[in-house]
Ligand binder design. Structure first.
Ligand SMILES: O=C(O)CCC(=O)C(=O)O
Ligand SMILES: [Fe+2]
Length: 319
């Protein structure tokens, strides 16, 4: 057996083991750092977790299913305030959204400003149920890496980018909060997630399937596998996830929706997709990336400096 084959097989095995243990597709070299940091945050935590009888139960669901939904009147009030302001600004003709072009046309439009600075009421949501739930999930303090706001408009175009089933591939300790600013229903393009075990089952088969899909594409299009471009590769993988999920995991798809302020907390590595509303529908959603911390969140710093996205994930878990 050639050495290179053995090497590849070994690293695939190690990566799969790291994925199971660390909830991350970063690979066996990088994934463990984020879990180690989470453990040190848990050791540093003193005091009681907030309302464990409510949020501990929800945290248990998050740990099992890789996502959990939450809603309360405080979240609804925050969502309503934010949405009213956005609608007012849009009516005044303000340019609030960066419209993507090229292959991601029809996908998410990102808010141009700094979400945390422009919507300070968000702090209320974190001082309330978001913070309580994050602390019960981490069994430690938490911090925020960035806050983004996206507008998705229903078009006749096919789903692209994160509207297709995917795994983000970031650190396993990241919890993403998706919060809708208005009432939603089945047609709103809400976030869909698969439970962790279903995602793992699919990841376990993915190498073999990937190879088949790639060689079929190469043969049909008369190109070498090595020459297939990145976007095509991503589309092929998304398509294969879609087919597999519709075939075998349809009944396990979770898609919470409801009143304004309805929110989902999810693991970025579990398979998910969202933001592809039906034609004539729109969806306004916050996407906030959270991580464990050794101390309570520095809200004063967030208020002063904002929380714009600077990278997909923190290179240092202790940021
Ligand atoms: O907009 C959505 O619902 C999907 C977002 C997503 O894929 C992500 O935040 O990682
Ligand atoms: Fe994603």
């Amino acid at each position: 057996m050639p050495v290179s084959y053995l090497k590849k097989a070994t690293s695939r095995f190690l990566n799969m083991r790291a994925l199971k243990k660390h909830h991350s597709k970063m690979g066996w070299r990088d994934a463990p750092r984020y879990t180690s940091y989470l453990r040190s945050c848990q050791k540093a935590f003193v005091g009681d977790l907030p309302e464990p009888q409510i949020y501990g139960k929800l945290a248990g669901e998050f740990n099992k299913e890789a996502s959990v939904s939450v809603w309360d009147e405080n979240l609804e009030a925050v969502a309503n305030q934010m949405f009213k302001r956005i609608c007012d600004w849009e009516e005044q003709g303000q340019d609030l959204w960066l419209v993507p072009d090229g292959p991601l046309l029809g996908s998410h439009q990102g808010y141009v400003g700094d979400v945390w600075k422009d919507f300070p009421e968000l702090e209320e949501a974190f001082r309330g149920s978001f913070g309580s739930l994050l602390m019960n999930i981490y069994k430690a303090n938490y911090k925020i890496f960035y806050a983004s706001l996206v507008k998705s408009v229903g078009t006749e175009l096919n789903a692209t980018g994160s509207q297709q089933w995917h795994s983000d591939g970031g650190p396993g300790s990241c919890v993403i909060i998706a919060m809708y600013l208005h009432p939603t229903d089945e047609t709103s393009g809400c976030l869909q997630t698969l439970p962790w075990n279903a995602s793992l089952e699919i990841f376990g088969q993915e190498h073999g399937r990937d190879a088949i899909v790639k060689s079929r594409y190469a043969a049909e299009n008369n190109v070498r596998i090595a020459d297939i471009d990145k976007l095509t590769l991503r589309n092929l993988r998304h398509k294969y996830y879609d087919d597999l999920i519709q075939e075998n995991f349809r009944d396990q798809i979770r898609m919470p929706f409801g009143k304004a302020g309805s929110s989902v907390l999810f693991r970025n590595n579990t398979l998910h997709r969202g933001g592809h509303p039906e034609l004539g529908k729109q969806r306004y959603a916050l996407l906030i990336h959270c991580y464990p911390a050794e101390v309570a969140p520095p809200f004063h710093k967030y208020r002063e400096q904002g929380l714009k996205k600077t990278a997909g994930y923190p290179a240092d878990p202790g940021f």
